[in-house]
Design a protein around this ligand. Structure first.
Ligand SMILES: [Zn+2]
Length: 380
């Protein structure tokens, strides 16, 4: 007897399956018709609703005590169908333990990229003073929080680094080497430092976030082609992350890049309370939906928040709808209806379809979104 069976779930690859869950893990995924298993609870999606591995947002801000970029994990997480969120550097070694403690009650899985600056983002210029980077304190914080800190973060734009240029990134690479080659996420924005200088320091598995930002220090040259430094970085296995945010996503840059085959590896929101409530982010689903009008298929979009994200973050037990993986699942609809989307540059695009998350399973527990509560299918 299983805990849950979800019947006739539509997958983005066109298949229809029944999925059984037990003790927080996926225990079977079978083509519908062939399964006749029993469960304490059964949901029948009747082939009408999509299901994927649980959505992972690789770049959020959800340290509730942050003076600038605060939010609640469940408001950026399960409330919008996101089963795992990764906070991108809100805290450094000073506050990461407090962050861990404050998010234990959340239903959403919460992980952190540790800011290499000990204060995290308390002010906007956390790397303008090199004494903020205390290698010893970083290593100790990582050792104290295994399984919570999954990477390190360095924000490399002029407003953050002040006169220090590329120096904080050199230090970040040293920290990475000394700490098991943890994933390094690098925020890009206005120069200095110049993007070419940043890109040339990155190695396999490093993540460039805000990859489609519209600032002059963007991944495209003024002629609209991909910078050679980024071409070289991609060949080395550097990954591109969207990190939409209030100021870091341009429809024009994303569209032009995607036309040249420069796809995002991960789609993330850079969400926190203000851009969630006032836009232009709103939710991960909204950010994902923006990619339909600029050349990505449903399968590609979903892959960016499941398999690709799990790989980038080395969450080896997540991101795949397969036996033995965590029972983190997202159930959603694809609504065929015009919807106006705005980027961070004030440009609007009318899309023809958008994603509506209805429910999520987090480690086997069902959580409904507001929209999901209206659907009879979930009344157990
Ligand atoms: Zn951010």
């Amino acid at each position: 007897m299983h805990d849950f069976i979800i019947k006739r779930a539509a997958l983005v690859d066109g298949r229809q399956v029944d999925i059984a869950i037990n003790d927080g893990k996926i225990v079977s995924v079978n083509e519908t018709q062939s399964s006749s298993e029993l469960a304490k609870k059964i949901i029948d999606l009747a082939g009408k609703y999509y299901l994927s591995a649980g959505w992972i947002d690789s770049h959020v801000h959800c340290y509730p005590a942050s003076p600038i970029y605060h939010d609640e994990a469940d408001l950026v997480g399960v409330a919008s169908g996101v089963t795992t969120v990764v906070d991108a550097g809100s805290t450094g070694s000073n506050d990461v333990d407090d962050f861990y403690r404050l998010t234990r009650a959340a239903k959403t899985h919460v992980y952190a990229f540790l800011n290499i600056a000990k204060t995290g983002i308390v002010t906007q210029n956390e790397l303008a003073d090199m004494t903020q980077i205390d290698k010893q304190a970083v290593s100790e914080a990582i050792a104290r929080n295994p399984g919570f800190i999954i990477g390190i973060k360095a924000r490399m734009s002029s407003s953050v680094v002040g006169k220090n240029g590329i120096k904080p990134l050199v230090r970040a690479k040293e920290i990475q080497q000394e700490n098991n080659q943890l994933p390094l996420m690098v925020h890009i924005g206005n120069n200095p430092p110049d993007l070419d200088e940043i890109a040339d320091l990155l190695t396999q598995g490093d993540i460039i976030t805000h990859c489609y930002n519209g600032k002059p220090n963007r991944i495209l040259t003024p002629a609209g082609t991909l910078r050679e430094s980024i071409q070289r970085a991609l060949k080395r296995g550097v990954r591109l992350d969207v990190g939409h945010g209030s100021a870091s996503f341009s429809f024009d840059v994303a569209e032009l890049a995607i036309k040249q085959g420069i796809y995002p590896h991960t789609i993330s929101s850079d969400i926190y309370c203000r851009n969630r409530l006032n836009g232009p982010v709103h939710s991960l689903a909204t950010v994902m939906s923006k990619f339909f009008s600029i050349g990505l298929s449903l399968e590609q979009v979903i892959r960016c928040v499941t398999e690709n994200a799990a790989q980038a973050l080395r969450l080896t037990h997540k991101g795949v709808l397969g036996v033995g993986y965590d029972a983190d699942l997202t159930i959603f609809e694809l609504k065929q209806q015009p919807q106006v989307f705005s980027d961070s540059e004030g440009k609007s695009v009318t899309g023809e379809q958008y994603l509506v998350p209805l429910a999520a399973f987090v480690a086997g527990d069902l959580v409904l979104t507001d929209e999901g509560k209206l659907k009879d299918v979930f009344s157990l």
